[in-house]
Design a protein. Structure first.
Length: 570
């Protein structure tokens, strides 16, 4: 890469003033100042196009952030998350240089409530880097060179000292990093303690609104019921006390608007560390927790649904089931099978988002309907835990038959939980339903699937992925609906999933087990960084479960069962 003196950048931009927009390409490259390097990595071709990519690099002796704050992966992630927020806050104070299209925009990809790994930041022995976007100013499609010079040579240099150790709010940075490290530590501790989730006393779980990540003002602080209260040791914050939800089958119940779904939602997002002051920073959930729900109309490719669905009319096989238009019950069975195949250890189910005929078949329907193809989840839920170590947490408001098969019942009243397990057992004894516990002849199982290399959407040009919010990924001409992947929290995760799947398509030209193939690409991204796979600063590292979940929803996905592969080989 060509390196030029930073002092020459402004004069070059003045010379470009009034020229056609594509002449901005002359500033592409590295510009070396005394204490930093500014890199124009990519110049947009049009003022209406995605803004240009700009990097700032600081040598270690300049930023002077002690290595103890980035000595491991968790600390590096938290440090980067914090510094991006600091830098974004600083550049947002500068005046906007107007013009056509995205002129004058400075987009720093910082986060909201969660602390996540971002392609926009890197740090190591060679220095620290921030990646972001700048909309190079234009009038029509003519360069506004003087405005560009103000952005690149006046405003940005003023923001750079905000990244220096001497200028940071060290106490706040310390809170950020140590909180993230303790969250990861507690995630490891949960399984050792026989727990699947922990909610600290004093947590604020309700949000300001359904579209806000801010805590609700004057919300009722969380108080754990004495029977479920546990104290866990942390690395940096001493003992923390709160509700520990044990492994097994648990139900969250209560009246409408009393906080059932609010508690479940906090637990769903407890797979991520949260920023100080969020209210949910001490909600910790097993890393392998996964939301499963009904998803009418989704595609299914080669999934063995026989543990839940069998004996279909006309003898249709469910051991290798595919459809382009799954029903509510079929899609929920698919989500469970795919999740377990991908490594999920805790299944999170809200009755409101699940097909009733998959969750439960009560005594009356058992008597009336003799030819039933669905083995309801209630008849498998304990087997999943006892034989396979897969816990389930359900929000239940109406399916009272589940009280017979659960290990713990948490009753929410006015946003406060109480242990209602004994009360539920008394209800079961006093009001028998007459339901016959399903006798399942075949043990629960999951069949790993083999991914075929011609599964991926191809393009005559360069493969293209676009994230349309949290709910859609566009890969060339294929649209993948993602609204059911409820633990995605940022568009950057969706974009990164597209990057990972595109890399998977490029590398795998032969058959491979689906989960193992995705794990291989995921490991490459973790070791080398997302930016090395695609130079997009907006990317945010997704979880493996959502990456595999997206691939499973690709309508062009082609699958073989292992026995079919063995048959071909012979």
């Amino acid at each position: 890469m060509r390196v030029r003196p930073f002092a020459e950048l402004a004069s070059l931009l003045y010379k470009l003033n009034g020229k056609g927009y594509k002449a901005y390409r002359e500033i592409q490259g590295a510009w070396k100042a005394h204490t930093y390097t500014l890199i124009v990595a990519h110049v947009q071709g049009d003022p209406f196009a995605t803004p240009s990519t700009v990097h700032i690099r600081l040598a270690p002796h300049v930023h002077q952030i002690p290595p103890e704050w980035w000595k491991n992966r968790i600390r590096r992630i938290a440090l980067g998350d914090y510094l991006l927020r600091v830098f974004k806050r600083r550049v947002s104070s500068f005046p906007r240089e107007g013009g056509t299209g995205h002129s004058g925009e400075i987009r720093v990809p910082a986060g909201q409530a969660e602390i996540l790994e971002r392609a926009a930041f890197y740090i190591g022995k060679d220095g620290l880097g921030i990646r972001f976007r700048v909309g190079l100013p234009a009038d029509g499609r003519r360069i506004r060179g003087h405005a560009a010079a103000r952005i690149l040579t006046e405003y940005l240099p003023r923001a750079i000292p905000s990244l220096y150790w001497k200028n940071l709010d060290r106490e706040q940075l310390k809170q950020w990093v140590l909180l993230a490290e303790d969250h990861a530590y507690l995630q490891q501790m949960l399984e050792q303690e026989g727990l699947v989730a922990f909610v600290r006393d004093g947590s604020i779980l309700p949000r300001e609104s359904g579209i806000s990540v801010r805590p609700l003002p004057d919300a009722v602080p969380f108080v754990s019921p004495p029977e479920l209260r546990v104290s866990l040791s942390t690395l940096h914050h001493g003992e923390v006390t709160g509700m520990g939800i044990p492994a097994g089958v648990s139900v969250i119940t209560g009246g409408g608007f009393h906080g059932k779904s609010t508690l479940l939602r906090a637990i769903e997002l407890g797979v991520y560390p949260h920023i100080p002051g969020d209210g949910r920073e001490w909600v910790v959930t097993l890393p392998g927790a996964m939301v499963v729900l009904s998803e009418d109309g989704r595609s299914v490719s080669g999934v063995d649904l026989s543990p839940f669905i069998r004996d279909l009319p006309l003898g249709r096989d469910t051991r290798n089931f595919s459809t382009q238009n799954a029903s509510g019950s079929t899609s929920l069975a698919t989500a469970i099978q795919e999740g377990v195949e991908a490594g999920a250890r805790l299944l999170l189910i809200d009755e409101d988002r699940a097909a009733t005929n998959f969750l439960i078949r009560d005594a009356r329907m058992q008597q009336l309907v003799q030819k039933e193809t669905i083995i309801p989840y209630i008849d498998r839920v304990q087997e999943l835990y006892r034989e396979h170590g897969i816990s389930t947490m359900l929000v239940i408001g109406g399916s009272g038959d589940y009280l017979e098969v659960v290990d713990k019942v948490i009753l929410m009243e006015d946003y406060l939980p109480r242990d209602a397990t004994t009360a539920a057992q008394n209800v079961v004894a006093t009001y028998p339903t007459g339901r016959i516990t399903g006798k399942v002849s075949e043990a629960y199982h999951v069949t790993p699937r083999v991914l075929l290399p011609h599964s991926f959407p191809r393009s005559r040009r360069k493969d293209k992925v676009q994230a349309h919010g949290l709910h859609e990924l566009v890969w060339n001409r294929e649209r993948i609906e993602l609204w059911a992947l409820q633990q995605l929290v940022e568009t950057g995760q969706v974009l990164s999933i597209g990057t990972l799947l595109r890399e998977l398509a490029a590398r795998h030209r032969e058959k491979a087990f689906l989960v193992e193939a995705v794990k291989e690409i995921y490991q490459i991204a973790q070791e080398g960084g997302l930016y090395a796979l695609a130079p997009l600063p907006e990317q945010v590292m997704p979880r493996l479960l959502e990456t595999i979940g997206t691939l499973n929803r690709l309508r062009t996905l082609k699958i073989q069962q292992p026995d079919e592969v063995r048959h071909e080989a012979t």
